[in-house]
Design a protein around this ligand. Structure first.
Ligand code: SF4
Length: 382
């Protein structure tokens, strides 16, 4: 089969089917294909046919901003920034415990775009497009070219669902990345939520301020400023090297329009799997008034085992951090139990060793599950 993803050389960031009049005519140059990566000297050495297979499975997206941060000397795919975005043939290695929907969103999806797992909040997946495509993404099979945004009809159904459930206190805009929406579309989403009395908090999960800060435009900021309800932004960031001057500036602009900012990071082998790297990240975030919120244990999306760090190692790192940094710099280390059982903090109240790498984990409803914390032995940790 031909590979639609491998042929994109440009990325139309606001290419929606349902918002033709809302499209800002911005076409941004970015790396969207194997050819683009090769042209930028970022394609790792390897079998071409296998790379074509890989590009057909998972989208490629590297913004100019991210590209400028990747160390090109030696092996760019091993650089702490490059590793997060440059495809490698390790991704074709799919383990039996890896899934397309590793955290079980689908079973909690009452209407397209909504995930209602916890009573007082919903995820609202407003788009399946991102500013970049991360190689470890737990929604990697759902995001990217061809997936696009929620249709008008699905948008209306999602809003109707939220309206009809008065237990929903918080709506979490996610995707994809909500900040790739046109300002007009984002305004429509926020205005619709502002009109629902029982929704008190709007949360936005995003990587865009660090992945492509130029997209946090004055117009987007003015849309956020107009919200009648508090907006919390949860910034996905994994390494202090992602915090450039431009990122610092955009964070301060987001704060200036009254957004509260938290961070979430994923514990990734070869990127941030040591206490000093995380200490640098969390300290830097706190100086920018960004509260470290969650450090995620990696979800088991297909082809991501080369990023795995064991629970034991994750706990060691957290213990080390506990002694090194102020409590305001410490996020919670979280595990999303496979199968849709929800998130739990990785501590002895919820997670207990059974035998070696087999754990007994208790979900938020008090049910116990076995968790097999397999880390491939040929990728032993540092
Ligand atoms: S920005 Fe978020 S949703 Fe998009 S690919 Fe990266 S981790 Fe996945």
């Amino acid at each position: 089969m031909s590979n639609p993803r491998a042929n994109h050389s440009e990325f139309n960031i606001v290419n929606t089917n349902y918002l033709k009049t809302d499209i800002t005519p911005v076409r941004r140059r970015r790396l969207r294909s194997l050819a683009d990566l090769a042209g930028a000297e970022l394609l790792p050495v390897g079998d071409e046919a296998r790379y074509i297979q890989l590009a057909g499975q998972y989208d490629i997206g590297i913004s100019d901003h991210v590209r400028s941060l990747i160390q090109k000397t030696g092996r760019p795919e091993k650089d702490v920034i490059g590793r997060q975005y440059i495809p490698t043939l390790d991704e074709l290695n799919v383990l039996s415990d890896e899934e397309s929907d590793p955290i079980g969103d689908e079973i909690y999806t009452p209407v397209n775009g909504i995930v209602h797992r916890y009573e007082d909040r919903v995820l609202f997946k407003v788009t399946n497009v991102c500013a970049v495509y991360c190689r470890y993404c737990f929604r990697r099979e759902m995001v990217g070219a061809g997936a696009e945004h929620l249709s008008d009809e699905d948008f209306d159904r999602a809003i109707a669902y939220i309206k009809s459930h008065d237990e929903i206190w918080e709506v979490i805009l996610t995707g994809g990345d909500p900040f790739v929406l046109s300002p007009r579309r984002l305004q429509k989403v926020i205005e619709a939520l502002n009109k629902i009395e029982h929704v008190k908090i709007i949360r936005i999960h995003t990587r865009t301020p660090v992945a492509d800060p130029t997209l946090i435009s004055d117009t987007i900021l003015s849309v956020l400023k107009l919200s009648a309800k508090p907006i919390y932004i949860v910034l996905h960031i994994n390494h202090a090297k992602e915090i450039t001057e431009e990122v610092v500036h955009k964070i301060s602009r987001l704060r200036a329009v009254n957004c509260s900012i938290l961070s979430q990071s994923v514990l990734l082998r070869g990127v941030n799997d040591d206490a000093i790297t995380l200490e640098n990240l969390f300290r830097k975030l706190v100086t920018l008034h960004v509260q470290p919120y969650y450090l995620h244990h990696l979800d088991r999306a297909k082809g991501t085992s080369h990023f795995r760090v064991s629970l034991t190692r994750g706990q060691e790192i957290m213990k080390d951090l506990q002694g090194r940094v102020s409590g305001i710099c410490l996020p919670k280390y979280m595990l999303d139990i496979p199968g849709g059982h929800g998130k739990i903090p990785v501590n002895e109240s919820y997670v207990q060793v059974r035998d070696g790498d087999v754990y007994s984990v208790e979900d938020y409803q008090g049910c116990t599950h076995l968790y097999f914390d397999t880390v491939p032995t040929n990728r032993a940790e540092k």
